[in-house]
Design a protein around this ligand. Structure first.
Ligand SMILES: Cc1cc2nc3c(=O)[nH]c(=O)nc-3n(C[C@H](O)[C@H](O)[C@H](O)COP(=O)(O)O)c2cc1C
Ligand SMILES: [Fe+2]
Ligand SMILES: [Fe+2]
Length: 403
């Protein structure tokens, strides 16, 4: 893609990457992506907003040159320092001898370690601070955890344009800059949701705060850093409504305390059922189901784990370790929203019994709150062992509260 005019004074100079299928290891991107970057021209000064992925630097520089001599750029605004936006920055700065980088406090620290350059002119900007380009004002709005601690938005009131970086974006690539030209709207909508789920779902309270910060701005368009520019009356309102819906705080009336386990010979299963009984004695109104995790969809289990109020987790010890499906489930833990979540770990073992302590170490590492030392039973649980499990389930259940 070459450059494109957004308004009389704003130009899109970013790059299309239609072939990308995996982003940041963990995200599939069926429709590619774009690394958007924009030039904002005032009467006196010029700002470049975001840079682009390192791989595409040559083309990116050409796009900028179509609009302006890079030496005439006065500011580079970095709303966020992930390498998809700043990967090309170190190289780019060689062509921008007169530019000062405008960045959040957190961003300034990341920038140092990303570029490993000490010669860059960097100016930290604060929430609400403005910089005048001559008839064009850039206002900076900090937006922490959308989706890194350094994230911010840049608002240019004269053009009603919000540069939101990753926020409200989508990994979606079409050769058109604007939302009114989207050829496959359904695919775009699915990319928008996939992007929200992968990037913003762990930060729902921050998404709500971000929406609150921009709700009174007379926005004509949002220039995000991935996907089409969103314009008022076309898709902007739709995307904001979707973000509101997806980030809404869950209205829960009942506690949910699932019991996740798996079991080769049924021993851990027996303990799971006894624990379930005990939890229900303490919390008779709670939803307390047992799940043999190899029989259920991992995505659904992970969602349940992330949204529940507390849970129990059981594994036999096989070859000196808890079994892989349990690790798989824990790999999906949303670390940000599960802090201090109560967890009761249990399992049957034969001789060494590493599963329970290893799972406790893991949930501790995930900043959850394991209940005591957990519960281990040697081989087949006796009636007495199961009574103990009920008792333990009850005491554990008493500690769980609605989150
Ligand atoms: C292949 C295999 C490997 C095992 N390795 C261990 C081990 O390293 N340490 C241990 O304490 N128990 C080990 N056990 C014993 C199991 O933990 C024990 O049989 C337990 O009761 C199984 O519980 P389950 O019926 O819930 O699967 C092993 C069992 C199997 C089948
Ligand atoms: Fe990012
Ligand atoms: Fe990004």
């Amino acid at each position: 893609m070459s450059s494109a005019k957004v308004t009389n004074d704003i130009y899109s100079v970013g790059i299309l990457n239609p072939n990308m299928r995996v982003f940041d290891i963990v995200m599939t991107t069926d429709y590619g992506t774009s690394y958007n970057s924009y030039l904002v021209k005032g009467n006196e000064k010029v700002a470049l907003i975001e840079a682009c992925h390192k791989t595409y630097f040559k083309q990116y520089l050409e796009n900028i040159k179509e609009v302006i001599d890079p030496a005439k750029i006065d500011y580079v605004v970095l709303n966020h320092n992930e390498p998809d936006h700043t990967g090309s920055l170190a190289e780019l700065m060689d062509y921008l001898p007169n530019a000062t980088i405008l960045i959040s406090q957190a961003g300034s620290i990341y920038l140092k370690n990303i570029t490993n350059r000490k010669d860059l002119k960097v100016q930290v900007v604060k929430n609400g601070e403005t910089i005048d380009l001559g008839g064009k004002t850039m206002e900076f709005i900090t937006a922490p955890f959308l989706h890194w601690p350094d994230s911010m938005f840049t608002w240019v009131k004269e053009d009603g344009t919000l540069f939101s970086c990753d926020f409200l974006g989508a990994h979606y690539c079409e050769p058109y800059t604007f939302d009114y030209n989207i050829a496959y709207p359904e695919k775009y909508e699915s990319a928008l949701k996939g992007y929200f789920d992968a990037i913003f779902a762990p930060f729902k309270s921050y998404v709500r705060a971000g929406l609150e910060k921009i709700k009174d701005l007379p926005i004509e368009r949002v220039c995000s850093s991935h996907g089409p520019i969103l314009t008022k009356g076309v898709r902007l309102e739709f995307v904001i409504e979707e973000y509101k819906l997806w980030s809404a705080a869950p209205q829960k009336e009942k506690m949910t305390i699932p019991v996740f386990y798996t079991s080769a010979y049924g021993n851990t299963r027996k303990i799971a059922k006894a624990i379930q009984k005990g939890i229900l004695q303490a919390q008779p109104d709670a939803v307390v189901e047992t799940y043999d995790i190899i029989k259920h969809d991992m995505g659904a289990l992970a969602q349940l784990l992330n949204e529940c109020d507390g849970f129990a987790l059981g594994s036999p010890t096989i070859n000196g370790e808890a079994v892989p499906p349990l690790w798989m489930l824990l790999a999906h833990v949303d670390v940000i929203n599960n802090k201090k979540k109560p967890v009761l770990v249990f399992g049957s073992y034969g001789w060494s019994g590493e599963a329970v302590p290893n799972l406790i170490a893991r949930v501790t590492g995930l900043k959850m709150a394991p209940f005591g030392e957990g519960y281990k039973v040697c081989f087949v649980p006796t009636e007495e062992d199961l009574e103990k499990a009920v008792e333990l389930g009850r005491s554990f259940g008493e500690t769980v509260t609605l989150r």
